[in-house]
Write a new protein. Sequence first.
Length: 439
Amino acid sequence: MEPNHEEAYRPLAINPFRISQPLGGVLALQGIYKSVPILHGAQGCAESIKTVMSRHFREPISIQNIAMHEYNLIFGGADTIREVVNIVMSKHKPDVIGIIGTSLTEVVGEDLLEAAASYGKDNVFALRDKLLFALYLPDYEGSMESGYAKTVYSVLQEVIRRNTHTSRKRHKNRINLLAGSHLSPGDVMELKEIIASFGLEVIVLPDLSSSLTGHLLTGHTPLSRGGVPLDYLNEISTSAFTIAIGGSMESSARLLQQALDIPYRVFPALTGLQATDDFFRFLQQHSRNEVQVKYRWQRQFLLDTLLDTRSVFRGKKVVAALDPDHLVALHQWLVEAGVKSFRSVASAPSPALEQLAGKVRVGDLEDLEAEAAGGADLWISNSHGEQAARRNGVPFIPLGFPIFNRFGSPMSINVGYKGTVDQLNCFGNILMNKESVYR
């Protein structure tokens, strides 16, 4: 089957499922300890982002807002930016501050990069052990995945700049893990355990496994409660290798290679037998340690599950709407399971889509309905697609972001041998009983 990638050009989205770039930026900063994203735009933007993320993760979300008024539109908002940063610095004492520009920021022509640089020059002593950066993430382009990836890239740029003149010893058994936006906090935790089982130390960016997985810390703080600490993040230059999960993270891995001479490898997906085998083989060769018996058993369980579920996956037609990296991961293991047809809609253009065989369109949920009209056995998308799946009578599985009305999504494991077994069983039960998870 030849690749056939299309982009739907319409004046508006009929039934959108794309999540905006600023939310991706806010999400990435939740994976850094004591960080705070400052959204420069309308107050409603910050509130909507906080609401959606809180509903999905069921956790408090760290975010501040620079509300724009008529005065700022006319005379500029540089003074307001400095004032808000001063308040956040003195009142909350964060380690990392990310100023995120929205579409409104670009419309009024606000120079966030200059504002952040100017503040840094005037407050060198106050920022000596902190990290301040700014970037533009307009809503009219990209998706959550690209906003997340751009934020990670900006963080690494600032970390590299701060450590340019610092000589650090390389640690052979230390590696960097750049976790893509399609990975759940549970996925990140599983990957950390797998890597550690080979005797390797891992620095994860962003590390959502310790910030959005649930904790009962007392008191309230407007800062992120978990994630990778800044002092540990500064050690990223001492790693011997970088692993990037998802094509969207390759630019950040390449930045580390170009600036710090750290080699890297991109794994498009870590779900499925072949993808997981490749990952374990790499870790085994890099560490020169054997795979633990625990994971050898998990691989046997996966092989058995593939045999058990083959009959329900064989010949089935699946439609899916997700971010590009997530689509690639889903497609790889569904093909291994025996799915006959995989028709998909991506949230935004991406080079990763070239890895998908068959037809994939950049569009909205109306496009996915058109694909489902030709016959489908399974509908996969975030919760925004649930009503459309019901309307078309197609069994529905919520996947991606956001997922509402369902417990445990952030802690779900979809990577490695164990995660693939869980996916096979979950999807297989739906196909076997022809019932959606909401019924």
